[in-house]
Design a protein around this ligand. Structure first.
Ligand code: ADP
Length: 356
């Protein structure tokens, strides 16, 4: 199993937590030609789950090698992600629930004018929870989750990116409802056509063809493409229009930061009072969600650094994480997003963002 997943480099677009969640599940090794139904397939049509040895119509003309890569490395069995796992972002969460999750769960109600968008663009600074939202949407709408970054598409499979895009959509169709999450979508859909590599241009064309094809062959296609980007201004106009819904995912506010600290500390011995947690959340103005994660990890190492004999220490003797450890950690972990960048997001949101 390890040779299948480990060290291939194909999973570069995933964070480490993602890999742990996804690859620990034996169900992940299900072959595309033997799509045994899993817990997520309950609401799928019988056609989605052919018996062993049956080749699904939708993947008939797709290279089996590609299908295997897609199934093993891009499709993930997620552990459940709840809305509450995402701190703050109340506005984005509410509108995502109405606009994409309900329609995925009840396509019969959300048809015609109420039909969901095929594309959702999440833009904002790095580390603000865009990937987390993608996983949450898939989890909450009982959809199969496919996740890949544009750089993986354009650079890892040299010469095969185009075929990979085709295979990705074919497998997503077979496994629907599906969520296809594409990180760094700007580098795939860039407006800089001058000097654009021919291979990248072909991948982009194939992507747009597949994207446009979703839902046209059959009304029942339930595939949502989520693009995430830290550089929305790089996306060209034609591509931008295809993402009918464009949501700004900003840095967490004070209460968001407070929730992130509390949630992370819950899993660890700590002695911080509510007031101390609030104090840290005030001192972390401008920190992203992942900066907060980094801060808590740094603070958690505080008590360990005080130990003289780590090899023989008793777990119970380790000092709980306290306010002073956070104050120390604040010296090491700084906000990673600049004010200038934030203004760029606000400007782009004002011009092209969706209100809700
Ligand atoms: P992005 O896709 O926006 O770059 P991620 O979703 O990958 O960011 O977030 C990176 C990590 O930061 C997450 O795994 C999580 O630990 C933390 N994080 C970021 N935003 C939030 C949030 N709003 N609520 C809780 N955790 C968050």
């Amino acid at each position: 199993e390890s040779s299948k997943y480990g060290g291939s480099g194909y999973a570069d677009g995933l964070d480490s937590r993602n890999q742990r969640d996804d690859f620990s599940d034996a169900k992940n090794s299900v072959g595309a030609y033997n799509t045994a139904s899993d817990s997520k397939s309950n609401n799928k049509t019988a056609a989605s789950t052919p018996g062993p040895d049956t080749v699904d119509e939708r993947i008939k003309n797709v290279d089996p090698k590609m299908i295997e890569i897609i199934t093993n490395e891009i499709m993930h069995n997620l552990s459940t992600v709840e809305w509450d796992d995402i701190a703050g972002l109340e506005h984005a969460k509410k509108s995502i629930m109405e606009i994409v999750v309900w329609p995925m769960l009840r396509p019969d109600v959300f048809s015609g004018l109420r039909g969901p968008p095929k594309g959702l663009l999440l833009f904002g600074p790095p580390g603000t929870g865009k990937t987390l939202i993608g996983k949450c949407i898939a989890s909450q709408s009982c959809a199969t989750f496919f996740s890949i970054s544009s750089s993986t598409l354009t650079s890892k499979w040299v010469g095969e990116g185009e075929k990979m895009v085709k295979a990705l959509f074919a497998v997503a169709r077979m496994k629907q409802p599906s969520v296809i999450f594409i990180d760094e979508i700007d580098s795939l859909l860039t407006q800089r056509t001058d000097g654009e590599m021919e291979a990248t241009r072909r991948i982009k064309t194939e992507f747009l063809v597949q994207f446009d094809g979703c839902g046209t062959t059959t009304d029942e296609d339930r595939i949502l493409v989520i693009g995430a980007t830290n550089r929305p201004q790089e996306i060209d106009e034609a591509a931008r229009r295809r993402f009918r819904k464009r949501l700004y995912i900003p840095l967490p506010g004070k209460s968001g930061r407070q929730t992130i600290i509390s949630n992370l500390l819950k899993k660890q011995g700590c002695s911080l009072s509510e007031a101390e947690i609030e104090d840290i959340s005030i001192k972390t103005e401008g920190y992203s969600g992942s900066d907060m994660d980094g801060l808590c990890r740094e603070a958690a190492l505080g008590p360990i650094r005080a130990l003289s004999d780590i090899k023989n220490v008793n777990l119970a003797d380790i000092e709980p994480i306290s306010h002073k450890h956070f104050i120390e950690a604040l010296k090491q972990i700084r906000a990673s997003v600049s004010q200038t960048d934030l203004q760029l997001y606000l400007d782009w949101d004002a011009s092209y963002g969706s209100m809700g």
